[in-house]
Design a protein around this ligand. Structure first.
Ligand SMILES: [Zn+2]
Length: 350
């Protein structure tokens, strides 16, 4: 839990992944043979084959893993005379989840000591004085305002257009689950780091990539795959888990606690059937809980990884997540561990 806590606390929105990049570089260094950062800012960590016997193959199968480091958030768009801040979203928000939130404004990309706490609310009247019509309205993101509780000239001195803003909530354990903002996709960074730790012998070359700008169009994974030219690409990400009241069973996508998700297809890619089959074989052999799923809308890094350059076989290993893209994203610990074990098991035999 300590590693996951550290990962959710490092603010990183698309194009502003500096803090996550430093943390990931530090954590992955001892697990791989080589670490570098590409032009867009993705961290590329290469682990050469470590066969159990004999020499490594001259041309080992190259398996790229993609775990995106960015989270949905905002960039400061405007600061008015009185110090109220307007936002531009980076990533998809449902504004119904943004009322009365605590936020963090980050004037310095690298230094969290300069972060400013703030509150986020829609402009307009509170319920006591709002008309019946006003109360029914769901405001657009443009209508939300950050209040830093400071005079206007003080805010303007410290905050500039383009500064990163993230929602604030700490990681807590709730029953058998972990709850926090941005478990999408810090759980995948956790899964990849822990799987590398667990992995002993493997004939393949592992190209672990912690990608940037996934939430604004799967951008970092495509350029990294173009450079690395892997044979197989595995995206690791969260997926919808709507096995909750008010949603019919056939629309739940995954079930919490039922194991690692194997995404058959989403709107960005269709999983390679042989890769999907290989994952299922490993899961059966090692008795790891797993479930197939289809996501009608939404995609992962597998989409751009699959098509970069000459293309490759891909699949998404997904961690079922309730209340996704809210500050109460919820992941069952059994599912988290199943994803880790299944990823390590797959890499061992490919
Ligand atoms: Zn994600």
């Amino acid at each position: 839990m300590e590693l996951l806590k550290e990962l959710v606390e490092a603010a990183a929105v698309p194009g502003r992944e500096h803090r996550m990049r430093e943390l990931v570089r530090e954590r992955v260094a001892s697990l791989v043979d080589e670490v570098r950062v590409d032009a867009l800012g993705s961290v590329i960590a290469i682990r050469k084959p470590r066969p159990s016997k004999g020499k490594p193959a001259k041309q080992p199968t190259r398996v790229m893993l993609a775990a995106h480091m960015d989270q949905i958030g905002f960039l400061v768009k405007y600061v008015d005379e009185r110090g109220f801040i307007r936002l531009n979203p980076v990533g998809g928000f449902d504004t119904r989840n943004l009322f009365a939130r605590l936020v963090t404004v980050c004037p310095d990309l690298k230094d969290p000591a300069k972060d400013l706490p703030g509150v986020l609310n829609p402009a307009g009247k509170p319920i006591h004085i709002a008309s019946d019509e006003d109360r029914k309205k769901v405001p657009d993101i443009e209508e939300f305002v950050v209040d830093l509780g400071l005079p206007g000239d003080e805010v303007r001195k410290q905050v500039k257009i383009g500064d990163m803003v993230v929602l604030r909530s700490a990681l807590i354990e709730v029953g058998a689950t972990a709850v926090s903002q941005c478990l999408d996709n810090r759980v995948a960074c956790w899964i990849v780091l822990r799987a590398l730790e667990q992995l002993e012998h493997h004939d393949c070359e592992v190209q672990a990539v912690f990608t940037v700008q996934e939430e604004v169009g799967l951008r970092g994974a495509g350029t990294a795959a173009y450079e690395l030219q892997p044979d197989i690409g595995i995206a690791v990400d969260t997926t919808l888990c709507v096995d909750t009241p008010g949603v019919p069973n056939e629309q739940r996508v995954t079930e919490q606690g039922a194991g690692a998700g194997l995404t058959v297809m989403d709107s960005a890619s269709i999983a390679d059937v042989d890769v999907l089959d290989a994952f299922e074989q490993v899961a059966k052999k090692k008795k790891i809980k797993h479930q197939r799923s289809i996501l009608a809308r939404g995609g992962t890094d597998a989409g751009t990884m699959q098509r970069a350059g000459r293309g490759r076989r891909t699949m998404t290993l997904s961690c079922p997540t309730r209340y996704i893209h809210t500050v109460t994203e919820m992941v069952h610990l059994d599912d988290l561990y199943a994803c880790r074990d299944l990823l390590a098991g797959y890499l061992e035999q490919v």
